[in-house]
Design a protein around this ligand. Structure first.
Ligand SMILES: [Zn+2]
Length: 301
């Protein structure tokens, strides 16, 4: 079981350890709010964390004691892992859940109303003008979700996050958190990815463990579609990260781009014998990638 609430003294020490550029990105007002709140951070990822720990436990892997998961307003999709005061804090971004929920809800709603052969489209696909309008609405919703994340706003909660979207968004969180566990369990130094080959290799290693956690966590008895939705999570996460980087204009700064990680992920799933699941999974996320340029244009307008 997860260790419960984040220890406040460790959170306090973590906040004090932030360097000036990080403080600036988080915002002094936000940090002041955390201080005023007595360094109490909530953990919206408790259920996701518990799932990962169960999978690790059945795989015979022990999570080091004193490891805590929580949310922190980094404004970065790459989580932070920090060891202070004898505790290891894995901190995902506070905005990650609303961002993934909104994107997944839009993705599922858009696919179900436009893709031929899907549930609600029926034998008579909607006319072209309708499809265009839905596509524009989806682009606008994706752009709004990314902008809300970058501004650090909670944003509107996803209106109709149906079961498909919910499942895909939680799996994306599982991948993001599993990636951090990958670094932790592989004994990588806690640092944001740098620009050398060694650091790149660590990123791929962490992704590999995260992908294995997804596959091991899948119920083999579940219907194919549900297993594919779980595999869609990592692709959703990386597509969203790419979109955020493009809108923010930081896509070229990264040595290990989400596109390269996606490519490596395909190899991992193929080697794990999950090629069929992967193709179905990527189809769920494909409309986000196909619309990327239009979404970025809209968000930056
Ligand atoms: Zn990493």
């Amino acid at each position: 079981m997860p260790d419960g609430a984040l220890p406040r003294d460790a959170v306090h020490a973590y906040v004090d350890s932030l360097a000036a550029p990080e403080r600036a990105r988080v915002g002094e007002d936000v940090l002041a709010g955390i201080r005023a709140g007595g360094y109490l951070l909530t953990n919206p990822f408790e259920a996701v964390d518990a799932g990962i720990r169960r999978t690790l436990a059945v795989s015979g892997v022990d999570v080091p004691g004193g490891t805590h998961v929580g949310a922190f307003p980094h404004r970065s999709l790459h989580a932070r892992t920090h060891t202070v005061e004898g505790a290891t804090l894995i901190l995902l971004d506070t905005g990650l859940r609303p961002l993934l929920d909104r994107v997944a809800a839009t993705l599922v709603a858009y696919q179900l109303t436009t893709a031929p052969g899907q549930r609600r489209a029926g034998p008579n696909p909607p006319p072209a003008a309708d499809r265009r309008q839905r596509r524009d609405e989806a682009d606008a919703a994706f752009a709004a979700a990314v902008l809300a994340f970058l501004r650090g706003e909670a944003g509107e909660p996803a209106e109709t996050l149906d079961t498909f979207g919910f499942f895909m968004a939680r799996s994306a969180e599982r991948f993001a958190l599993g990636h951090e566990y990958g670094h932790l369990l592989a004994g990588h130094r806690h640092a944001p990815p740098g620009h050398d080959e060694r650091s790149a290799r660590r990123e791929y290693e962490a992704d590999e463990l995260a992908a294995m956690l997804i596959l091991r966590g899948v119920d083999d008895a579940a219907e194919f579609r549900w297993r594919a939705l779980a595999v869609a999570g990592p692709f959703l996460f990386l597509a969203v990260e790419q979109l955020v980087n493009q809108v923010r204009g930081t896509a070229d700064e990264q040595h290990v781009s989400p596109a390269r990680r996606t490519q490596a992920l395909r190899t991992i799933f193929e080697q794990a014998g999950a090629r069929g699941l992967m193709h179905f999974a990527e189809a769920w996320v494909s409309s986000l990638l196909l619309r990327e340029a239009a979404i970025v244009r809209r968000a930056r307008a």
